[in-house]
Design a protein around this ligand. Structure first.
Ligand code: FES
Ligand SMILES: [Fe+2]
Length: 425
């Protein structure tokens, strides 16, 4: 983040703290229908379209570190085989044998030069090519090339491995847009995978997600944990293309955040991380299911995966610079991944109660404030990706946040700030 961007963010923080209404021109946000969190119909629409068309964070290079390494990943539906092939490329395939559909890899992970189907022994290399079959003489005019494993789009951002089930999807870097350049300081190409755990939750995946993309709940759900440290009234939301978003909220002057930030440079930190991530909560939501607080000590993605209309899986990751002989850092869990950290527990316990009450006929839909704009922005993108025409009217959101609010546009920015305030006076 350069000096001009930092200065702009600092000025936006003061703007947010001083405003007495939403910014001039920011739309009233219509109700988000409750059925989006409870109905099987919307859950199926997400499965058929949203999860098939978005880039999904599926793995880390440290999990397939050498040629021959493979791993099976199944958090977004069909099981995916991720391989590190002999040529050094990371590839992804459907974990389905082209003979009669048995899983090609039965183990969750391993290292082999060939994967041999346990049913009738067809063998594939880690490029997905079919290289041997038993009793080849019994097949007439057999075409090996036509029976390779079915590939899936797979691209990397640093050491992060993303997959996309849609052949026609944009490139990963285009999907991330301006965030890709903004993330250079965090060294996703160097940080190691320190921890990755999965927790089953009894709520829709979007309830778990949305608790992490607004700060309106901080004083009520986290009065003793987060609220004393975060200056929520100075939080600045930024809306990015493709449904992504960012929050930047400064630490309170007397808080532990500042104490941590004031530690001398050096040691086990990401040296290139700038002033904002060191002194503020700088967190990104990457559509559809990734929320990531980033700072100089750790990068800590949280991911929410669907598991039914009223259930989900919460995945917690910690990426960190080389920790040498010290214990592996783990931002989100205690007791070696068995128990969530207290802040996440506060969100999760409320999320499961919310899932129960959302099903009540008394709930007509969510009424969002300007502070919760990232949530609405996310829903607009969800509908566009699902295809608005596929969604029954009662389950749609209106597309009311226009391009003028999407980065790099922002009527609050720079010189425009003063104009906006004068116009509202
Ligand atoms: S199903 Fe794989 S070899 Fe037959
Ligand atoms: Fe929270």
């Amino acid at each position: 983040m350069n000096d001009a961007e930092i200065a702009n963010l600092r000025s936006l923080m003061e703007y947010e703290a001083g405003r007495t209404e939403p910014p001039i021109g920011f739309p009233r946000l219509p109700t988000v229908p409750g059925g989006r969190y409870t109905s099987d119909q919307f859950y199926q629409l997400e499965r058929e379209h949203l999860w098939r068309r978005a880039w999904l964070l599926a793995g880390h290079l440290d999990e397939v570190p050498a040629p021959g390494s493979f791993r099976v990943w199944d958090l977004a539906g069909p099981p995916v085989l991720i391989t590190h092939a002999q040529d050094g490329e990371i590839r992804a395939f459907h974990n389905v044998c082209r003979h009669r559909g048995a899983p090609v890899a039965l183990d969750k992970s391993g290292n082999k030069s060939r994967l041999t189907c346990a049913y009738h022994g067809w063998s594939y290399n880690l490029d997905g090519e079919l290289v041997a079959i038993r009793n080849a003489e019994d097949f007439r005019d057999f075409d090996y090339a036509a029976h390779g494993l079915a590939g899936i789009r797979c691209e990397r951002f640093g050491k992060l491995i993303f997959i996309n089930f849609d052949e026609g999807a944009p490139a990963l870097l285009d999907w991330l847009g301006p965030i890709a350049a903004e993330w250079a300081e965090f060294q996703f190409d160097r940080c190691r995978l320190a921890a990755r755990h999965v927790f089953d939750l009894e709520c829709n995946w979007k309830i778990a997600l949305e608790a992490n993309i607004e700060v309106y709940h901080i004083r009520t759900i986290h009065p003793k944990s987060v609220a004393p440290m975060m200056d929520d009234r100075r939080n600045v939301n930024t809306l990015y293309p493709n449904g992504h978003g960012r929050m930047v909220a400064p630490g309170r002057a007397d808080s532990a955040v500042k104490a941590a930030v004031d530690l001398p440079r050096g040691g086990n930190i990401i040296e290139t991380v700038g002033e904002i991530a060191r002194t503020c909560t700088q967190s990104y939501n990457i559509f559809p299911n990734w929320v990531s607080p980033l700072n100089h000590r750790a990068l800590a993605p949280l991911l929410m995966w669907p598991n039914g209309a009223g259930k989900c899986r919460l995945e917690t990751w910690t990426l960190a610079p080389d920790w040498g002989d010290k214990p592996r850092p783990d931002m989100w869990t205690e007791n070696d991944g068995e128990r969530l950290n207290p802040v996440l527990l506060e969100d999760v316990e409320m999320g499961e109660r919310i899932q129960e009450s959302l099903s009540s006929p008394g709930f007509k839909g969510a009424s969002l404030s300007y502070q919760e704009a990232r949530i609405y922005h996310w829903h607009q993108m969800a509908d566009r990706l699902i295809g608005i025409e596929h969604i029954p009217e009662a389950l749609r959101v209106e597309q009311v946040i226009g391009e003028e609010w999407i980065y790099p546009n922002d009527p609050r920015r720079g010189a425009g700030l003063r104009t906006v305030q004068v116009a509202g006076a």
